[in-house]
Design a binder for this molecule. Sequence first.
Ligand code: PNS
Length: 167
Amino acid sequence: MAEVAVIYPGSFDPITNGHLDLIRRGSQLFDRLVVAILTNLEKEPLFTIDERIDMLQLVTEDIANVSVDTFSGLLVDYARQKQARAILRGIRAFSDYEYELQMALMNRKLEPRLETVFMMPGESFAYISSRLVKEIFHHGGPVKGLVPPLVEDRLKQKFPARAAQMR
Ligand code: PNS
């Protein structure tokens, strides 16, 4: 049987423990999981694409069937090019649902052969988002347990002054 590949797309600015939990869960369901970082973000990112690739590669290096890539343009075009059968997205709370449903249905309209699979992160990660991690760090709060230790170190390297204020 042909292998089943899934794309896990996002901005990953930076990767959190919630993302990592989903990657681990997804990698057990699919033969191949590609973490795909969107490069043409409208918002101003904190980490460059190269920094995000590096962090993602390092924190997933122990998972054999996971690879890291970038994409621009439409997700469905990228998924087609990668011969992926599905898109993986995480749902944390009800508030995620509306946006995710809209995207999933629009992607299905654009490419009916591509399924979107939703998974829930472990409950201890349900409240984590990259946006909140950045906000907490920005104000000198602790991000331990919210992101992999390597990401915490990279945040501290990027903002040594903030790291010094951290409780
Ligand atoms: O981590 P994010 O920011 O929630 O990820 C959003 C992402 C990258 C999945 C979404 O913005 C996306 O797929 N962008 C690519 C452009 C595209 O295909 N847009 C139409 C989606 S219906």
